[in-house]
Ligand binder design. Structure first.
Ligand code: NDP
Length: 283
């Protein structure tokens, strides 16, 4: 028989996790604060537990996926976790993850899900894990059912740190795209055609500059390939002015312009974008 697994939390993500485990043949016990959520899991063979304690008692591997960190500790408080490995996939800060790890102890893994629910169980999804290495090795196969597992270290806060780094990059990209779409919308340009023909290809091409930036951070500066910060700071003012003229709020753009100006004022005008990372690190 495959390892029984418990899933605490049947929101959009917890439901997707339970569904993947059921599809892979794991006896799956589920609990949710509001009873009866995600009834489709019953048809797929899930067993419902009435309390977190009953759910935890049913399986050696317990996956927790609630909305916020504070509810994880509240949900598991007082529950006997003896012999259980707790894998907490609830979004958290590194500090929150370390606190939860101290509380739930000997066999704890923290995780950061890099997928939306529809991606769970598909090749594009991956999940960061950190915490007790033996726990990860013991349940690597079961965790692989959910998404490609990426173990990043023993410090339980590391998975949250990697997760938050990627989410931060994602929101920066979304913010830029939303600003561009607002500019086009105010000019009456349809969003879909603009995105397919220009926005997505441009962002894809610009992705190529990120490994270059990373290489400079690891190995020292190389030449700026013709795009130094002084040039970029001068052009950036036009981005803000044009937004205002088009009736678009420049609030997402302004901080980057301030950072560029600061970098030039600090003598980094002839350097490349990796110099900005140095300024952020000293904040
Ligand atoms: P949902 O809002 O869909 O579900 C939230 C879940 O948390 C529900 O099961 C809810 O129970 C439960 N919950 C909320 N408050 C409490 C509480 N006080 N006590 C007990 N249970 C509680 O969120 P998701 O499932 O989408 O997200 C779950 C986690 O996964 C989050 O940390 C999220 O950041 C993370 N995540 C989500 C992604 C996504 O795209 N959805 C992507 C990557 C990570 P109830 O039904 O009773 O309200």
């Amino acid at each position: 028989m495959k390892t029984p697994v418990t899933v605490l939390g049947l929101g959009a993500m917890g439901t997707a996790l339970a569904r993947a485990l059921l599809a892979a043949g794991h006896p799956t016990t589920v609990w949710n604060r509001t009873p009866g959520r995600s009834p489709e899991l019953d048809e797929l063979g899930a067993t419902r537990a009435g309390t977190p304690a009953d759910a935890v008692a049913a399986s050696p591997l317990v996956i927790v996926c609630l909305l916020v960190d504070a509810t994880v500790r509240a949900t598991l408080d007082g529950v006997d976790l003896t012999g259980r490995t707790v894998v907490n996939l609830t979004n958290s800060t590194p500090e929150q993850s370390r606190t939860t790890a101290e509380r739930f102890g000997a066999s704890y893994l923290d995780g950061g899900i890099m997928a939306v629910p529809a991606m769970i169980g598909t090749p594009g999804a991956f999940i960061f894990y950190s915490g007790v290495p033996e726990a990860f090795e013991k349940y690597r196969a079961e965790l692989s059912v959910l998404a490609r597992p990426a173990y990043v270290g023993e410090d339980p806060g590391l998975a949250a740190l990697y997760d938050i780094a990627l989410l931060s990059a994602m929101y920066g990209m979304f913010g830029g795209a939303q600003h561009a779409l607002a500019l086009m919308a105010n000019a009456g340009v349809p969003a879909t055609a603009f995105t397919e023909q220009f926005l997505s290809p441009w962002l894809t091409a610009m992705l190529a500059s990120i490994p270059r930036m990373a290489g400079e951070l690891d190995n020292g500066p190389v030449d700026t390939a013709g795009s130094n910060l002084a040039m970029q700071a001068a052009a950036y003012e036009n981005l803000v002015t044009a937004a205002q003229t088009q009736g678009v709020d420049p609030r997402l753009l302004v901080p980057m312009g301030e950072l560029l100006a600061e970098a030039v004022a600090a003598g980094h005008g002839d350097e490349g974008l990796s110099a900005l990372v140095g300024l952020l690190r000293s904040a």
